[in-house]
Ligand binder design. Structure first.
Ligand SMILES: NC(=O)c1ccc[n+]([C@@H]2O[C@H](COP(=O)([O-])OP(=O)(O)OC[C@H]3O[C@@H](n4cnc5c(N)ncnc54)[C@H](OP(=O)(O)O)[C@@H]3O)[C@@H](O)[C@H]2O)c1
Length: 338
């Protein structure tokens, strides 16, 4: 790769997008970073702060509006990266078409999940993501699809002392699924951007799927790491069988179907699908990713050492971890009068 790449990020204020933003602005010699923001968010403090975080230009635009506007904004962009939330995946369809018209050199759609086979095994999130991939292929648009496993930040169990509750999205979180033996790819949310920075500089990853992860651990191993690092025993554990996962998934699918625009109704389905994927099918492994044709980012970038789950756990115990979705979580608590 020669020269600086002009990168446009959609979703730079979100969890995944911010990780990507942080990593790219840390390498100003390689990247000039711009952000695409929807009009309803333009006045929010986190959008106002983008410039001070190193974003050179903020484009306020409705991604469902006229395509010509999107083509104008994307013209001259080398890499477009989407970190749009799980419920809004299909909004990327028009972005794909605009990117093609604008001559974007690499489109990175919002994948960033666990490894799963194509098709219907995981209807809630991947089906929409796959529709976007198919549009990319129809358009003959250069792309890279990056999957990352499951975040460390939502993989740790809570402790009897309550010491890690400050960063836990679910409390208590003491479930062990289908015996807890299935190995799973894990990643520190902060490393997603660091992987992306390597991947988009690399011609070997053009028009390829890439698996980028920091660790591979089973739930039993995750619990053992937490016990070792904390010195506490997680005596109370809730064992969930494959049958219970399947039953919960059917129930969550019915609720999600009845209330398609409500993220509170959709989130349990995403969670149920992840459990099916990770613990019933056991898909989320580097070996299965390779079988599906993914490049392995650990092999591509042997000099980059991602954050292991154990190092994450130590930081967690020291109080240094950010709770993901804190703002949304606090809004929900307030709405529930807590
Ligand atoms: N691997 C894992 O463990 C894991 C965990 C969670 C999520 N994920 C995946 O990560 C992906 C990203 O999710 P996330 O949770 O990081 O996202 P998020 O935190 O919910 O953020 C979504 C971002 O998209 C922006 N956005 C949404 N609709 C938009 C629109 N119409 N126009 C412009 N911007 C829009 C939001 O902007 P505003 O500021 O305007 O709202 C926000 O910046 C998802 O596809 C999900 O499948 C993976």
């Amino acid at each position: 790769m020669t020269g600086k790449q002009r990168v446009l990020i959609l979703g730079a204020t979100g969890q995944t997008g911010k990780s990507i933003l942080d990593a790219l602005v840390a390498e100003p010699q390689f990247f000039e970073v711009e952000a695409l923001v929807r009009p309803s968010s333009a006045d929010k403090p986190k959008v106002k702060n983008l410039t001070s975080q190193g974003v050179s230009k903020v484009h306020v635009i409705d991604i469902s509006g006229p395509i010509d506007e999107l083509v104008r904004v994307m013209t001259g962009v080398d890499v477009f990266i989407s970190g749009i939330d799980a419920m809004s995946q299909l909004a990327q369809l028009q972005l794909v078409r605009a990117a093609k018209q604008a001559g974007v050199k690499r489109f990175v759609p919002c994948a960033f999940i666990t490894i799963a086979p194509p098709g219907e095994s995981w209807p809630s999130a991947t089906a929409c993501k796959e529709e976007v991939y198919q549009e990319i292929w129809r358009q003959f648009l250069p792309y890279t699809i990056i999957d990352v496993g499951y975040w460390h930040q939502i993989s740790f169990p809570t402790l009897p002392s309550g010491r890690v509750d400050y960063a836990a999205v679910l409390r208590p979180k003491i479930e062990i699924h289908e015996g807890g033996t299935a190995p799973n790819m894990l990643v520190d949310l902060r490393d997603i951007g660091r992987f992306v920075a390597h991947i988009i500089k690399d011609p070997r990853t053009l028009n390829r799927f890439v698996a980028a992860y920091g660790d591979v651990l089973s739930e039993n191993e995750i619990f053992s790491v937490m016990e070792e690092v904390s010195g506490e025993k997680i005596v109370e554990r809730k064992y969930i069988s494959a049958d219970e996962i399947m039953a919960a998934r059917i129930e969550a699918a019915a609720r999600a179907k009845a209330d398609p625009d409500n993220w509170l109704a959709q989130t349990p389905l995403f969670q149920a699908d992840y459990k099916y994927n990770k613990y019933v099918r056991g898909d989320n492994t580097p070996a299965y990713a390779k079988y599906l044709g993914y490049l392995d980012a650990r092999e591509l970038y042997p000099d980059f050492t991602p954050i292991s789950f154990k190092d994450f756990a130590k930081e967690l115990l020291e109080g240094g971890v950010e709770m993901p979705y804190r703002e949304r979580f606090e809004q929900l608590q307030r709405a529930r009068g807590k």
